[in-house]
Design a protein around this ligand. Structure first.
Ligand SMILES: [Zn+2]
Length: 329
């Protein structure tokens, strides 16, 4: 991670991202995620009224995945990727993103993540459940209907392995939780904090790779969010709402991001050192300017950041927690 905030205003003559401002309908008859509509595979969505989960019709991991051909050379190895892939519709409303949903409905999404983590994690052969949301055309999402995805796989994702390993080493070395120490350090400094209540905190981490990267973290160390109690889950929903509204208010546009729920493996190993949290990775540095992953990031594994996390946190902190579309309505 290299911070080079002094380069922020370097000239840019490349392509800019033009956010779409067209207003969406509450229901789109052509949308394969809207209630009651037919999907590509022929299945029909339930006429759902809150959240809706279904098995992905084109899963990247699935029970029907073909066995890989044998490696062409003994140097190479492969193994079949099995598991489950599901799609989560956050709301029946085609035009209502998480940021605009009432806190109670965001809590419904949190509850669904909890339930699905529990259910999919118990599935035979599943070692890990990955919940995420890609939001916005700039991160490659073609259907604007607010939705996320769940992958349950027969292997553990690399980032989770690294985080679990670091958490175990930190706990052994200090007797304290890694993320608990990060929360304490962020709260003690204060300059990158966005939200704090009894159960949840949100901040731009000191080591943020993206300009507006934000972590939303339950205070209690639970390896899977399924273990959060109702009060903690509601607090998580409130923190998400707070952060998401600030994101949208930043440039008065639907803010694109990749959201990832970090959770421990479900393979039965000791994961008590792992502390579950939610990370937002927004790709925009300015309203029309993408953070491109280039030489250092793609080839070197090092992120180059043109901004200071303290400045970005201050920008987000200064914004209203009332969604701009709701102002005056
Ligand atoms: Zn829709």
């Amino acid at each position: 991670m290299i911070v080079a905030a002094h380069r922020q205003t370097r000239p840019w003559t490349g392509e800019e991202v033009q956010p779409k401002t067209a207003t969406l309908p509450a229901y789109d008859p052509a949308c394969y995620l809207c209630p009651g509509n037919a999907r590509v595979g022929g299945a029909r969505n339930e006429p759902y009224t809150r959240t809706f989960v279904f098995d992905n019709d084109h899963p990247c991991v699935g029970a029907a995945a073909p066995a890989p051909p044998p490696p062409p050379h003994p140097f190479f190895r492969n193994s079949p990727a099995h598991g489950l892939a599901r799609v989560v519709c956050f709301s029946p409303r085609h035009d209502l993103t998480l940021a605009e949903m009432p806190v109670e409905d965001i809590a419904g999404v949190v509850s669904l993540w909890q339930q699905q983590t529990h259910d999919m994690g118990r599935h035979p052969g599943v070692k890990y459940v990955h919940a995420f949301e890609n939001k916005g055309e700039v991160v490659g999402v073609s259907n604007p209907h607010p939705h996320g995805q769940l992958y349950a796989t027969n292997f553990v994702f690399k980032t989770i392995e690294v985080e679990l390993d670091a958490s175990v080493r930190h706990l052994r070395g200090t007797g304290r939780g890694l993320v608990e120490d990060a929360i304490a350090a962020e709260e003690s400094d204060g300059r990158r904090m966005l939200y704090a209540d009894q159960h949840t905190v949100a901040f731009v981490p000191y080591f943020a790779r993206y300009a507006y990267e934000v972590y939303v973290v339950p205070r209690r160390r639970v390896p899977h969010i399924a273990a959060l109690n109702a009060e903690e889950a509601m607090s998580l929903a409130r923190a998400l709402k707070d952060v998401l509204v600030r994101f949208d208010n930043l440039w008065q546009m639907s803010f694109p991001y990749v959201q990832v729920l970090h959770q421990a493996p479900t393979d039965g190993s000791d994961v008590s050192a792992f502390h579950s949290f939610i990370a937002f990775h927004p790709p925009l540095r300015r309203p029309n300017l993408l953070k491109y992953l280039a030489g250092p990031e793609v080839g070197g594994g090092i992120f180059l950041s043109d901004t200071l996390p303290e400045d970005k946190a201050a920008e987000l902190r200064a914004l209203s927690t009332v969604h701009y579309k709701a102002v005056g309505s």
